[in-house]
Write a protein that binds this ligand. Structure first.
Ligand code: AMP
Length: 216
């Protein structure tokens, strides 16, 4: 099978990284590495570490680089092509990824920036609902489940969940953090000649077509 370059998805919360990751993983067989999912799994364990992480996530701040890096390293030892979703979030994480993983393991990468304007992002996020069982992401307005409050993609009997950090006040803070911490990544990857920008305001299907074209 053709070896694909590792992908780094950069985008503000609600820009569609999670939904596209599921599609990319399914079609191309990438190993999906979402640091947000890893952290939420830690929260679900209810451990002391999980409680600490929950407090940070719910306030919209970023978790420490050390913690994210250690979780990531635990999940990163594989021959697969990696799909980084939500990592790196700042320059320090990007440099570590470049030096410790890509250079050492002689891997090539491509960063995709999901560009969407902030008002669209806020509306997307406050209406976002997720199936905790299969991971499908819905939107109450643009992509409702045909099964009401329940998932129409699997037979889970749990209601679709609304993330505690998906309310407007927290989201505005998360968008500010994206602008100050994560936007510098665009120059970083552009200087490495590894950045592509996609218009993520288009429909999920069209966007997936565009991404498939870029990575194939
Ligand atoms: P996400 O699911 O990517 O939107 O991440 C949810 C939350 O998890 C973020 O708001 C941060 O609190 C935390 N988080 C996820 N990825 C990282 C990361 N790479 N560095 C620091 N915090 C992160």
């Amino acid at each position: 099978m053709k070896k694909l370059v590792d992908l780094i998805l950069i985008g503000a919360p609600g820009s569609g990284k999670g939904s596209q990751s599921l599609k990319i993983k399914e079609k191309f067989g990438y190993r999906h590495l979402s640091t947000g999912d890893m952290l939420r799994a830690e929260v679900a364990k209810g451990s002391e570490l999980g409680k600490h992480v929950a407090e940070i996530i719910n306030s919209g701040r970023l978790v420490s680089d050390e913690l994210v890096l250690s979780l990531l390293k635990l999940n990163c030892n594989s021959e697969d092509s990696f799909l980084f979703d939500g990592f790196p979030r700042n320059l320090l994480q990007a440099k570590m990824l470049q030096d410790e993983i890509f250079k050492k393991l002689n891997r090539d990468s491509l960063a995709l920036y999901f560009k969407v304007n902030n008002e669209d992002l806020i509306s997307r996020i406050v209406n976002r609902r997720t199936c905790k069982n299969c991971g499908t992401i819905f939107n109450l307005i643009t992509k409702p489940s045909s099964n009401g409050d329940y998932c129409d993609n699997c037979d889970s009997t749990d209601k679709l969940s609304h993330r505690a950090d998906d309310n407007e006040e927290v989201v505005r803070g998360r968008l500010n953090i994206f602008d100050s911490e994560s936007k510098p990544l665009l120059d970083y990857y552009a200087n490495l000649g590894k950045l592509k920008i996609v218009d993520a305001s288009m429909s999920e299907e069209k966007l997936f077509g565009e991404i498939s074209r870029l990575i194939n």
